[in-house]
Design a protein around this ligand. Sequence first.
Ligand code: NAD
Length: 730
Amino acid sequence: MSEFNYSVDAEGVATIAWDVPGKSMNVMSVEGLKELEAHVDRALADDKVKGVILTSAKADFAAGMDLNVMSQDRDSVGENPAQAIFDWIMSNHHLMRKIERAGMDPKTLKGGKPIVTAMPGTALGIGLELPLATHRIFAADNPKAKIGLPEIMIGLFPGGGGTTRLAFKLGAMAAAPYLLEGKTLAPAKAKAAGLIDEVVPADELLTRAKEWVLNARDADLVKPWDAKGYKVPGGAPYHPSGFMTFVGASVMVHSKTWGVYPAAKALLSAVYEGLQVPFDTALRIEARYFTNLILNPSSQAMTRALFVNKEALEKGANRPAAPDQRVKKLGVLGAGMMGAGIAYVSANAGMEVVLIDASQEAAEKGKSYSEGILDKGIKRGKLTEATKAEVLGRILPTTDYGRLEGCDLVIEAVFEDPKVKAEVTARAEEVIPAEAIFATNTSTLPIGELAKASRRPEQFIGIHFFSPVDKMLLVEIIKGRETGDRAVAKALDYVRQIRKTPIVVNDARFFYANRCIIPYINEGMRLVKEGVAPALVDNAARLLGFPVGPLQLVDETSLDLGAKIARATKAAMGEAYPDDAVDEVVFWMVDQGRLGRKAKAGFFDYDEAGKRLGYWQGLAGKFPRAAEQPELSEVKHRLMMAQVLEAVRALETGVLTDIREGDVGAILGWGFAPWSGGPFSWLDMLGAARAVEICADLKARHGARFEAPQMLRDMAARGETFYTGTAAAA
Ligand code: NAD
């Protein structure tokens, strides 16, 4: 199947138009690269062709490489995967170099054919690496277009020559935001930054590109790095200013990644080494680091979780068959922190929202939350007053339940009290259409119990958001015992409308995410009770790749919330309650008024503005520092196993039904070490047998909570992994 269209016009300008069949956006495949090379060869060999325009027949240029290829099992590449991958990368470099040299004489650098890129819209990843090899890049003045190299965000780096080309073109310092942070820009800014050359009106894109092709001279085709005496902007690594760049960059990378993300380090090494050698050698170096990275299990797991599986879940991998359930009119009950956020994201996605609270004042306050976010967007130049008015115009703040008439979905976010929830459920159901779905945003109450207040429990479901709603990407959908398929489809279609990532889980205490976060926080507090230094606890978590340690996290979520959850859990579990040791810390902290950041006093001290100052020294008065501190690896194992074993138990007991949801949900829901690809991917890297061994050791010293679940022991016995064994998604 052809992925590019080739044509030559009367003036001898060939156009290679990228148009992958059946896709709204071009992505590069292995076959696509081969086909492109054949077209380039044909144009270079044809005497009638004076030059080439590489463009796209779609609204955008390209989204990048087909990552399904990149996340495939490395063993499938043959007996010597490193060699096979290296050879493949080098063949891509060869193609890009062929475009760059465009048939010119290697000595005189004369006689080449001009090849330009004309990009109508977004150009990401290889969709920019390829243009960087052409002689001039024209972009349509399309403010929605994103241009950049975001590979680093999913555990890779630009390995199609983009790393080397951008570093040679801009210098290491100027290229850093695009290579190391994956920053993308709209065309005008991309031009100012030196990523592209020209921004032109959309309807002039091809004519301007053609004009350039027909007027280009030999010198216009020579890349600076192929010209004699080229000096990289900002200086090569051994130049005094270049040296400073690399010292700073190494520190920055390490402080941001804590050494656990292989991509950033590999990228920096490729640039550092590459800038000291000729361009072609630099490409070989880039290829070596890229091969190494592709073979690193972390990059494979990150790509799989953060791209392939995340996208599959967003596209409805677990959606039951049901007609389109997109929401038109949404009712939100409770305009507090969560309700206000839910109203904002929904109105922003185009839904009519009726926002109800007990008083008109509270409802209005909930709506003003949207105003605040929209104002910030205007300040940053991201939206207009007109868009703000449109979004706000969709939110109706009221106390009148009658206004819920015609709502096809209602989400309640009132107080976490079953009685209040039952009352608002009944009041809403009196008004909403018989086919409407009712959802609760409860974080702790069983869906099956709350559904008892509903007249139609098959249309009752949990839609659990994370705070702050407008920032957090995950939504947990919870099926009660009686929840029907249409309710699940409705929840999934709604989550898709608001562009978040859903996971669908079964009803059980704390569902999935909170079920795993709580033991993580609790393990941190157990360590404190044993006299382990708080800095050791939080830093062990950071070294595992968690954005925040458990003590910092509990300060953010507040200790009184922890105490409330502990009391409710204890009441529900009775004798079986396992966390008395944790409660000793939590309740004592609450008694001291150390509720966390909101009280400007918790495990940390804070200044008036709420900035953390350092760990609170008073803690040691109650829980004295142990003379002997545990090994770092011991603290790491405890913090990690506390969460991953809970994830395995959730799978074993059928709360989770798909390991992809377990992995994606963990990263997006509570920041579970993204480099690992999630708890199941992490266990796969470690190996079930080794995990069982660590658990046996921890259990012997710290108790039954570290007992390896049967599922893990069976996997160890069979030598299975989650992603290749029986637990793997169909
Ligand atoms: P909140 O206290 O900020 O807001 C609750 C709102 O409900 C208040 O504005 C209150 O006036 C209103 N309300 C109470 N009774 C009402 C009634 N009878 N009719 C109409 N409105 C009424 O609480 P929140 O943090 O927004 O939490 C709301 C729900 O979301 C809870 O079930 C909570 O467990 C859940 N949740 C909270 C978080 C979080 O991080 N805060 C995260 C996920 C889920």
